[in-house]
Design a protein around this ligand. Structure first.
Ligand code: AMP
Length: 283
């Protein structure tokens, strides 16, 4: 497994790999890897000759007062986890290498960036879209692997790929969870022992909504009420948002409709720690 830090070196490697006709899968991450990340990597390794993983905590996607400075970092551990997966190359650029001092260009995806996390984290998805576009230009993969845990991020990137005719396929990989249902996240390490005990109630709330939807409840207002009540059963949980939206457009809806997928998505705080999760409702 090669470790590459400089974008120019990465480009050279990619040109060499492309010339030999090998297919490339790409998994962008911010490091502090866990089984969720590794499931994306393993899927790519299975399907491609070459798998590139990037580890980069992208300053552009963090707002003021967010956790950019304290975001967990442990490159040695990450590389140890990646080595046995069969990943070919790990790209670990510095912010200086990737953005330089004169960076002036950002990509803004409109509609799908606006609700949910876009509302509470202004500028976040422009930061995400910009770094993903830069990484796609450098890596030129056949397939980009993203996790469903960040469902809105998948939709934003998917939209950008379609709107800008980027020659890449986007594949969304299911959320990997701890045995108690908590979605794996690099941010789970911020939780205190007490918060960690309460946090699985997020997924229980999502499951309850899905069960009620399957049993025939179609009124979104009613489902959202139940969702919020269930979330608040977790001691110390503060709701940032708890929404049910059209799974493709991410626009609000008033009723679940047959044959139309809906997304039930939540963001909650435990203390300063912000956790997100979601489930797709298909009726
Ligand atoms: P991050 O390092 O948080 O930027 O995540 C990198 C990629 O891993 C993104 O595509 C995430 O959606 C994905 N990911 C993060 N957590 C999980 C999880 N629990 N299950 C599946 N994919 C995940």
């Amino acid at each position: 497994m090669k470790i590459v830090r400089r974008p120019s070196v990465l480009r050279r490697e990619i040109i060499r790999l492309r010339k030999s006709g090998r297919s490339i899968g790409f998994v962008p991450t911010m490091g502090a890897l866990h089984e969720g990340h590794l499931s994306l990597v393993r899927r790519s390794v299975k399907r491609h000759d070459v798998t590139i993983v990037s580890i980069f905590v992208n300053p552009l996607q963090f707002g003021r007062g967010e956790d950019f400075k304290r975001y967990p970092k442990n490159l040695k551990r990450d590389l140890g986890l990646l080595a046995p997966t069969g990943a070919t190359l790990v790209f670990v650029p510095s912010a200086e290498d990737l953005y330089g001092s004169f960076f002036q260009t950002t990509v803004k995806v409109e509609g799908v960036s606006q609700g949910l996390c876009g509302k509470s984290r202004p500028g976040h998805f422009a930061g995400v879209a910009t770094v993903v576009l830069k990484l796609l230009n450098l890596v030129a993969p056949d397939t980009l692997y993203l996790g469903q845990k960040d469902y809105q991020q998948c939709r934003v990137v998917d939209r950008m790929v379609q709107d800008l005719n980027l020659p890449v396929r986007v594949e969304m990989v299911p959320t990997v969870r701890e045995t108690d249902g908590l979605a794996m996240s690099s941010r789970n390490v911020y939780l205190s022992a007490d918060e960690r005990v309460e946090a699985p109630k997020i997924y229980q709330a999502l499951l309850k909504v899905r069960r009620l939807a399957r049993e025939g409840e179609r009124r979104v207002t009613r489902l959202k009420e139940i969702l919020k009540d269930e979330l608040l059963k977790a001691t110390g949980c503060r709701i940032d948002y708890a929404e049910i939206v059209d799974a493709t457009t991410l626009k609000e809806m008033s009723r679940l409709e047959k044959g139309k997928k809906a997304l039930c998505a939540v963001a909650v705080f435990f203390g300063k720690t912000r956790l997100i999760d979601n489930i797709v409702l298909s009726s």
